[in-house]
Design a protein around this ligand. Structure first.
Ligand code: NCD
Ligand code: ZN
Length: 348
């Protein structure tokens, strides 16, 4: 239970169970921000050359550790990117590594750098069997890529076409349904058993699809899965604040250079590396649910991933500040989610 007053809350140091830190100079820009907010993060493997093996994950982890500012305590929880050709051996190597905590399923073509992803889960059945056997979680981008399916229905259709058959064939495979965006998905996770959990982002809790079009098209509110309706948003808020152990924080902070988003074919992704905890806190306060914040950001995810809970604490204070218009991102800049808006809370 957080020590809660109107002016300040103290909670166990949170973790981010879905994060993109990129690589090279961009990584050096964003990593210190996340490390200030979170103790650990599940690092997504969708680099331009995807992290498809434990060897690549090991090298990526070393680059991340080397990019951390000195004396900063932050643990990258690595993932391996599944392809049609991932070998069973890779699953056992991942399980034995001690630092690979999930295998990531990107349906091929679903999102940024997903071209090498899985075209049909049938290609992965041996791998999934091994994952089920050794308890390795499957982290999944839950959207179909069928161009005939309406963009707002891709998650719901994924449940019917992919998730239900997958769970029928692998009932004890541990699954994290990433960046939940619809009421249908919330209802599904609520009704399912303890083998499936879900992450929820700040953007899907704070905004509905109107935000993308308010006063003109706003590319910095475009992410995948795309923001949905107000009814969906409310269902997500209810799930996050419900104290159901199978919902937890995963920011999906996904930095893209400003110019890559502000163009004819802009990239999907919202950047919350600076202020994810303040954004989550804003949602929980509005819902009168600050008591449930710690479970969502600091306990449920660690418990599902079978990691020890963090030992140290963080403090959030009532202190108004304005989200900047841009932040450095390598040789460019990134526009943070809700840029130029005011926040009431500040992580100190
Ligand atoms: C992510 C990215 O840019 O890497 N984009 C996004 O819109 N969320 C990829 C992803 O998680 O889909
Ligand atoms: Zn993501």
């Amino acid at each position: 239970m957080p020590n809660q007053t109107a002016q300040s809350i103290t909670i166990t140091r949170p973790d981010d169970f879905h994060l993109h830190v990129r690589d090279g100079d961009a990584m050096r820009s964003v990593l210190p921000l996340t490390a200030r907010q979170f103790g650990r993060a599940i690092i997504m493997p969708n680099l331009p050359i995807p992290v498809t093996t434990v060897a690549l994950a090991t090298a990526y982890r070393e680059r991340i550790l080397a990019a951390l500012p000195e004396a900063v305590q932050f643990e990258p929880l690595m993932t391996v990117y599944l392809t049609d050709h991932t070998s069973v051996d890779e699953v056992w190597k991942a399980a034995g590594s001690g630092y690979v905590h999930a295998m990531k399923l990107y349906p091929s073509g679903a999102t940024t750098h997903s071209a090498a992803g899985v075209t049909d889960l049938k290609h992965c059945y041996k791998v999934l069997e091994a994952m089920q056997e050794n308890g390795m979680p499957l982290s999944l981008h839950g959207e179909v890529t069928d161009p005939e399916v309406d963009i707002f229905d891709k998650e719901a259709v994924f449940i019917d076409r992919v998730l239900l058959p997958l769970r029928r064939d692998f009932p004890e495979l541990r699954i994290v349904f990433e960046h939940l965006s619809t009421k249908v998905a919330v209802d599904y996770v609520n009704s399912a058993d303890e083998f499936i959990a879900a992450t929820i982002t700040p953007q899907h809790l704070l905004f509905n699809r109107n935000a993308i079009f308010q006063g003109g098209i706003r590319p910095h509110y475009y992410c995948l899965p795309i923001l949905k309706t107000e009814e969906d948003r409310q269902a997500l808020v209810k799930a996050a604040t419900s104290q159901n152990k199978r919902f937890f924080a995963g920011t999906d902070s996904a930095p893209h250079p400003k110019e890559n988003k502000e163009q004819a074919s802009g990239s999907g992704g919202c950047f919350t590396g600076l202020h994810a905890m303040e954004l989550y806190t804003t949602v929980f306060e509005k819902e009168n649910a600050l008591d449930s914040l710690e479970a969502f950001t600091s306990f449920n995810g660690a418990d599902f991933y079978k990691l020890p809970r963090n030992k140290t604490k963080v403090i959030l204070k009532k202190e108004p500040w304005e989200i900047p218009a841009t932040l450095p991102l390598g040789s460019s800049v990134v526009v943070p989610l809700a840029y130029k808006e005011k926040l009431d809370w500040k992580l100190v």
